[in-house]
Write a protein of this length. Structure first.
Lengths: 317, 431
């Protein structure tokens, strides 16, 4: 038994919209082998946030948003530069860049905190439960994530062919006049903006998970890019719904029984949404393997093979 | 400030001594083990591991609470972290093994899913009486400056274990990093070795998380080895340099945070490492940018000079070598031809003859003859033995003429018969 309210509905809607907004660039990140970019950006934007705050001198969200987006973009650019000029592996250069930027951000925040109370925790980790509390006909955060989702969807549809060829055959695409490098940078920008918008409002963990896990689940199931994109949207929304339901009902009950502490309330919805995305991934992977095993043990009768045998038999007879 | 510097250098404070020893030992151990991770192309594994310890820590606390024990017992939480970290690592390997998903995606999936689940459990822990005081996030984001003597001893023991195993299994780990397939074919227990290496990474991560925090663990596993890569192509040298850089940046960071009281030690250590990285990237003795630019520059110069000499030789075969005729020979960049001509005249390879034409000097003629000879021998070889179309041989030979060594030239002569060669290829300048 669980108590469902209007707020729960909005949490699921917002979570689903954010997740779907992340899943779209996520599929292309996977294909470009830039999966860790989401994690890196969510750390590396810290100096941007702090700088935006220090320059504007207020907690006005706009300068902080601009600073964060610039820092996200810078992460992509410096990583690419170190990878190319220094011939360092792409993942190692990403690690170098985001650790350094995060450390810089910590120092800046420490500096900023001298002047006004600015808690890195509250800057970095918004929470989806408190974000949807302001109600109108639709909470502001739901509108924002809806807008982000529509923008990403529109971009993906408009640039579908270009993104596809740049992801699957960078050399061919560059030769055809669609610079694979430019597409990669564009993808980094989109990812940075999506990440910043999403995690300022709902927290970084949901973003990092939803950038990659639904896309990976979809790519396990499908070999066609359009199908994979559609499936990733489905899995993202599904994970958001399952995650929130589990966070307010099943998980607290189970934990209450385990610990013997009856007053245990709802747990983090964003965390549970990420965990359910992982659960969906494992389920799909296991089902896929089982189907593959069954095909090996008991092959389905192939109509073509059947006729060939009959032909052989009749010709012999 | 001088007073603080002196105070630090003389190691008067007990606390400074503890933090310095612990941080340096951790930096060295992380740098060493990170070297193997970097070469195995798993640089960000530390990041994934660090995040995937969270559910273990929270679960250990919950279980301890259920059993009625005090949840804050450190070994218990560490055991939880280690088990959950190891589970994260096994998941990465399983995803790789059972699907076509790439390494980086497997790392990102495990990181986010485990961390998400961990966050969920932590929110449950915080609702328990006494759960807030448990400081579970402090466990993950440990503070370098508040390291205790016990922590430092723990780190020292861990570093000794890591160093001993790495030294003892150096040859095996090297083989694992560079040619896993060969190691397997040669009968080495690849899985076991990989398991030992990964277990060491788990050890470093779990010990480090508690003492110095996640950021420092990830940074010191990645940055010092990446910096060391610029200094050497030899693994033993690289491992030593990475160890030194890790140790040095930890020491410098602790010093800075002791002198300037308001700077957080962990962040400063990372920035010191980043500074050493950029220094290595520019100055590195093996792959540094300056060195590579220098090599590229001298190579282009040599190529341009050789192109000019060959062009002059070929022009002289049919007429005077004027600037216009040379320009017709190959596409020069604007200004390059004039610059190269004056440079070659200064080097004594060319002399200006009458009417704006150029003449080869004695040394210039020998060098030019050698080049033309290489070029044409290779063209003939491509035509007669490699079945390359006549229109393409000139361009292919253009690339190879600079690097043909004398032995190869003799070989070419031997397989190309004399009649074909006589009219076309100049004599050996040595004879």
């Amino acid at each position: 038994m669980m108590a469902w309210s209007e707020i729960d509905t909005w949490i699921v809607v917002t979570g689903a919209l954010i997740s779907m907004a992340c899943a779209i660039p996520g599929v292309f990140l996977l294909l470009n082998r830039q999966s860790m970019l989401g994690d890196a950006i969510s750390h590396a934007v810290l100096p941007g946030l702090a700088a935006g705050f220090l320059i504007s001198g207020s907690r006005d969200p706009l300068p902080m948003f601009v600073g964060a987006s610039l820092a996200g973009l810078l992460t992509g650019l410096i990583t690419e530069w170190i990878h190319r000029r220094g011939r360092v592996d792409a993942d190692a250069s990403l690690g170098v860049v985001f650790c350094s930027l995060f450390a810089l951000g910590l120092i800046l925040i420490r500096h900023a905190a001298d002047r006004v109370d600015l808690d890195p925790g509250c800057v970095l980790y918004g929470s989806i439960e408190t974000a949807v509390v302001d109600t109108g006909w639709m909470p502001g955060i739901a509108q924002l994530s809806g807008g982000m989702f529509l923008a990403n969807l529109l971009l993906a549809i408009l640039l579908f062919k270009e993104l596809r060829i740049a992801a699957f055959d960078p050399a061919l695409s560059t030769a055809m006049g669609i610079s694979a490098h430019a597409m990669k940078q564009g993808l980094t920008i989109i990812t940075a903006i999506t990440t910043v918008v999403a995690f300022e409002s709902v927290g970084s963990i949901l973003v990092i998970a939803m950038l990659i896990v639904p896309g990976a689940t979809a790519l396990v199931m499908s070999h066609r890019l359009a199908h994979a994109l559609a499936l990733s949207l489905l899995f993202a929304a599904l994970a958001a719904a399952i995650g929130h339901v589990a966070a307010i009902s099943i998980v607290p009950q189970a934990l209450a029984r385990l610990t013997g502490f009856p007053g245990l309330g709802a747990v983090s919805s964003a965390g549970m949404m990420a965990a359910s995305a992982g659960l969906l991934f494992v389920t799909v992977l296991v089902c896929g393997r089982l189907a593959g095993l069954r095909a090996i043990i008991r092959p389905e009768p192939d109509p073509q093979a059947g006729t060939a045998l009959e032909v052989k038999a009749s010709s012999r007879g | 400030m001088t007073a603080e510097l002196l105070r630090f250098l003389s190691l008067q404070d007990y606390n400074t001594r503890v933090v310095l020893a612990g941080a340096c030992a951790f930096g060295a151990a992380a740098g060493l083990i990170g070297t193997f991770l970097l070469l195995r192309k798993r640089a960000l594994l530390g990041d994934t591991l660090g995040h995937s310890t969270l559910p273990g820590v929270a679960a250990a606390f919950l279980i301890a609470y259920a059993l009625g024990a005090a949840g804050k017992s450190l070994p218990w939480l560490l055991a939880g972290a280690a088990i959950s970290g190891a589970a994260g690592m096994v998941s990465v390997l399983m995803i790789r093994r059972f699907s076509r998903i790439k390494d980086d995606a497997a790392l990102a999936i495990v990181l986010s899913v485990f961390f998400g689940f961990g966050v969920t459990l932590v929110t449950a822990v915080q609702q328990l009486p006494g759960g807030n005081a448990a400081g579970l996030d402090h466990f993950i984001y440990g503070k370098t400056a508040s390291m205790t003597a016990a922590d430092a001893w723990f780190i020292l023991c861990m570093s000794v274990v890591v160093a001993a195993l790495c030294a003892g299994l150096f040859k095996e780990f090297t083989l694992l990093c560079f040619d896993e397939g060969f190691a397997g074919a040669g009968g080495w227990p690849v899985r076991l070795l990989d398991g030992i290496l990964m277990a060491l990474v788990v050890l470093v991560t779990v010990v480090g998380l508690q003492a110095v925090g996640l950021l420092l663990v990830v940074a010191l596993l990645v940055i010092p080895p990446a910096a060391a890569r610029f200094w050497s192509d030899r693994l033993e040298v690289m491992a030593i340099v990475a160890t030194a850089i890790g140790c040095l940046s930890a020491g410098a960071g602790v010093a800075a945070s002791a002198i300037f009281a308001r700077l957080p030690a962990g962040a400063i250590i990372v920035l010191c490492a980043a500074f050493l990285f950029s220094l290595s990237m520019v100055l590195g003795a093996q792959r540094g940018i300056l060195l590579r630019c220098w090599h590229e520059r001298s190579a282009t110069r040599r190529l341009r000079c050789e192109h000019l000499l060959r062009a002059v030789y070929e022009c002289l075969e049919s007429g005077p070598a004027t600037a216009a005729a040379l320009r017709h020979k190959r596409p020069w960049k604007p200004g390059d031809l004039e610059r190269e001509i004056s440079r070659s005249i200064n080097a004594g390879l060319l002399t200006p003859g009458g009417g704006g034409a150029l003449q080869l000097t004695g040394t210039g003629r020998l060098e030019a003859r050698r080049l033309v000879r290489n070029h044409r021998l290779w063209e003939l070889y491509l035509l007669h033995h490699a079945d390359v179309a006549p229109a393409r041989v000139d361009r292919d030979a253009d690339l190879i003429e600079h690097v043909l060594d004398p032995g190869l030239v003799d070989g070419l002569e031997a397989i190309l018969d004399n009649e074909r060669r006589a009219a076309f290829v100049p004599e050996d300048p040595e004879k």
